[in-house]
Design a protein around this ligand. Sequence first.
Ligand SMILES: [Zn+2]
Length: 389
Amino acid sequence: MRGTAESIARAYARRWLWKAVAPAAVPLFVALTLLLIPLALIAAPEARTESASSACSIGGTGATVAGIELDAVQMGAAQTIVTVAAAQELDPYAATVALATAYQESRIRMLANDGSSPRLTAEQAAVTATSLTYPHDGLGSDHDSVNTFQQRWIAGWGTVAQLMDPVYAAEAFFTRLVEVPEWQNVPLTQAAQAVQISAAGGAYAQWGPLARELTGMLWPAAQSTAAGPAGAAPGVCPGLPVAAGSWIRPTTGTVTSGYGSRQGALHAGVDIAGPRGSPVYAAAEGTVLTAACTSAYCDRDGSLSLAGYGNLIELDHSAGVTTRYAHLSGYTVIAGQQVLAGTLIGFQGSTGNSTGVHLHFEVRTDGAAVDPVPWLAGHGVDLQTPHPG
Ligand SMILES: [Zn+2]
């Protein structure tokens, strides 16, 4: 864990730039890509999503809809889709078609794409990988497809920046849907397939019951918020009711390893282990310093032989206090973003130098690590009491 957050972020940015510009890099890139193909095949047809199995356990709401469990992140993404349909004064059936499509394509998750598809040129891969710099809660690798609908920038759906905006993504879907002749009267599968031009069109139908029930649940909220300026759901996990200046427990779970010397090296934080995909929240108000993969790869679990924090979020709370959240399966904030205590920033995972799902949490004052347990206790948070969620 050496090097400042800045150098880590720079190294990360350099990796992608390097892929884009160095012709000599191509053979190595192709080799890396070939290594990734088997993984992509194993995962097909479902994208390599980071499954957030639990709801926002200390805030936010998941739901079981038509027998399918959706966590708060999925519910938030679904609400955005329904809200955009309502804002455009479309028939609720439009939202139903969109939700069935999104569930088939991404399980209603905002998927970034690391550009590892062998069907992309190095240049296309680099552009596609810029999706990683936008908030997302999972990773896909199908061509240049990104977002909840798996829309493709190469196919003219919009720029990567536009497609990683959940409101734009839904608007783009509806723009094409309303061009389908008689879209309100054609079966769901036919409408979805006409928009998506997907080879797996038949698969949409099975999500009809889920999509209809979700639309029924979310449409009233959509109508009441559609008057809002952006029309988006306020946040995938709503901010917790935390008083200004206070601190909170960053995630659910049990402390499995404390701060201190571990086999001759300093374990600079505390490990809190909960279920894979448990939401991780900003422990206090601050600014995002780092939101990046800091290991050689973060699209899957790491190991003890892999160096680095994996997916890392670092927050600056001013007055020299920073916090780090490591080994995340995915993250939902970007560098420079302001967060409140209780803002969702990512999900528990096992990326980087890790052998099991947990959050590695650090508190630093003037750059030096301190024991987070007494430090948080001094700010009214008891980490030691197990928190099952
Ligand atoms: Zn740790």
